[in-house]
Each structure stands twice: as structure tokens, then as C-alpha cells.
Design a protein. Structure first.
Length: 202
């Protein structure tokens, strides 16, 4: 029987709670998620906690905020010119927005820095499609950042790059459904195919 290890395709479901027991996320058995182990597709300490588990295993993991999604960082708040979002329809508070920034801009501390290349992908697989060598070259020079829209005014938009659960101690209850070797393509793309019978659980 396969165990969770590097280059294994892992299917699981989980419940995520804060330290007071409030459910923050819940992935039900019929919507189990799949990832390739060993590439930080889930945060590193959770990935370490799953190492060596087998299908059918259930594990309870508790993490401090530092071990999970980090402490809340006020410097990750950005004020962006409202005009930068002219291409995004129905901009709303709470919306998640992905930005591609060159490394120099990403490292700047100025919270009023202008952010370019905002978009909201309709299909997660769009993030992994390689259209041509020129596009790959351009994107390799950029850093991807995810922001949450906190406030909107006529002149500026306030963005928050903190993880929504930053500053929280969290608890994961995870059930491993399936473990199998990932294909070469799945490892390269880090976008694993899900088996059609993943909803047939124990």
C-alpha cells in the first residue's frame, strides 16, 4: 500500500477549525481534494504532518499561527489606484485578486506602490497553461501574489496580502482517501488529475 511521500498524488478531505472550535473550512467526503506531495501545494507543516500516512488514516493536527498561516502583518496592506482595476468587472469587498509583480516591486515596502497585471482566473488550470516560450519567459520574471479586497473608494482600493487565517491557531482533522504515484506530467504541472471514483470512500 502506498504511503504519503514525495511525488505521490494524495487525495484527502478535512475540517479546519480555529482554536475555539469554529469551523473555518470543511471539505466533505464527496469533494475530496488532490495534490502532489512534496511541492508545498499545501502549507509545509501540514504536509510534514501527513508524511508517511496511508489511505484510510485519520489524523488530528494542531498548529500555532506561526506554524500555520503566519502572524498578521500590517505591511502587507496596499493602497492601489482605482484605475488599475478598470478591467475587472464587479469589483467587490472580499474578492480575491491575483497580481503578477516583478521581483523589484514585490520587495518594496511602500504600501502605496502601484500593482500591475491584476486578473481573476475563471479556471484554476489557467494558472498552469503554457501557451508559448515567450509567455513562460515573461512569467518567470514575475512573482504571484494573492490579495483580498478590503475597501473600495472612488480613488483607491485597499488590498490585503495577509492570508485570511493569519494570526490564528488552527486545528486540522484530515482523512487520507487515496495515495498513488503521480505521473510525470502531474509532477511537472503540479495540477493532478482527480480519479472519477474519489467519492467512493471508506
Amino acid at each position: 500500500m502506498s504511503k504519503v511521500d514525495l511525488n505521490q498524488k494524495v487525495t484527502l478531505y478535512y475540517t479546519l477549525r480555529n482554536s475555539e472550535g469554529k469551523i473555518l473550512e470543511e471539505i466533505p467526503t464527496n469533494e475530496a481534494i488532490t495534490y502532489v506531495h512534496g511541492y508545498n501545494q499545501i502549507f509545509p507543516n501540514l504536509e510534514k504532518g501527513l508524511q508517511g500516512l496511508s489511505p484510510g488514516d485519520v489524523i488530528h493536527l494542531e498548529f500555532s499561527s506561526n506554524e500555520a498561516f503566519g502572524e498578521y502583518d500590517e505591511t502587507k496592506i496596499s493602497l492601489v489606484d482605482r484605475k488599475e482595476f478598470s478591467s475587472i468587472n464587479n469589483l467587490a469587498v472580499g474578492m480575491e485578486i491575483t497580481a503578477l509583480e516583478d521581483n523589484e516591486d514585490f520587495q518594496e515596502k511602500d504600501s502605496s506602490i502601484t500593482r500591475d497585471h491584476f486578473w481573476t482566473p475563471q479556471d484554476p488550470s489557467d494558472l498552469f497553461n503554457d501557451e508559448d516560450d515567450e509567455q513562460e519567459e515573461t512569467e518567470s520574471e514575475l512573482v504571484e501574489e494573492i490579495y483580498v479586497v478590503k475597501e473600495i473608494s472612488d480613488l483607491v482600493v485597499v488590498l490585503d496580502a495577509n492570508h485570511p487565517y493569519s494570526g490564528m491557531d488552527v486545528i486540522f482533522d484530515v482523512t487520507i482517501v487515496r495515495v498513488e504515484p503521480a505521473s510525470v506530467e502531474e509532477i511537472e504541472k503540479l495540477y493532478p488529475e482527480r480519479n472519477s471514483d474519489d467519492d467512493l470512500l471508506f
